[in-house]
Design a protein around this ligand. Sequence first.
Ligand code: PXL
Length: 291
Amino acid sequence: MKSLVNRVAAIHDLSCFGRTSLAVVIPILSTMGVQVCSLPTALLSTHTGGFKDYHFVDLTEHLKATIKHWQKLGLEFDCYYSGFLGSPQQVDIISEFMDSYTGEKPLTVIDPVLGDDGKLYKTMDENMVIKMRKFISKANIITPNFTEAAYLLNEKFSADTSVKKIKEWLVRLSEMGPETVIITSVPDCKVAKNTCVMAYDRLTGRFWKVSCVYIPAFYPGTGDTFTSVVVGSILQGDSLPIAIDRAVQFITTAIRASYGYDYPRREGILLERVLSSLNMPVVAGSYELIE
Ligand code: PXL
């Protein structure tokens, strides 16, 4: 049965401490008026960024059983949204799930979580990269960070970027399947230390850019936070550049709210302090159309 509010199948890990994956996906989308149905891919005592000796349980077998039960119940979704996967085999299971809709085709958003800062995360390997290249063909929208975009395209990670090069990457990623590609954490060639988000919409042939003001702090989970706001915003009916703008503004607000405090960054942004800002009216954004 169709839900009364937008319903998302959220395919991410549950990291029990630290603000990443389902711990941010659920509150953000709920705040934005979206029902979240969790398909946990792995259970971790903490996320892997900055913690040692974390407990990791691969939930591949449970994923199959949960999907089977959901299908028996006849559940329908407005959106499939996947992130951190627990094993490369999960790609086949989730792909099959994504193909099994009966009504209108759900919006499919894949955040190809693989790594950051030029490196793969500790639980990822080359096999996952190969699987992810195929998996993104299922998506309408993908949101790799700069590192993940380089891995997906088998390109070298180099902070030396030009708009021309990123536009070429966006088009090549789109040729792998998704009509919309959003690359985050792109080193901004115009302003030293700043990063930007660049996006391409194949259906209109337009490129977008939103600059992010430099704040000298890295918090795990900002990628999950970014994509969750984009998903919520698109489901609310916003355009692509407005969705990106809202996500960048939210991350910037959250980092500013967190950076003034002295606490371990590995705990993530102080999401609880800024969640309600997601319900503010959309203010004029700062997106640019790139020629
Ligand atoms: O935010 C990405 C992410 C998701 N899930 C787990 C992680 C990370 C990044 O470190 O470790 C378990």
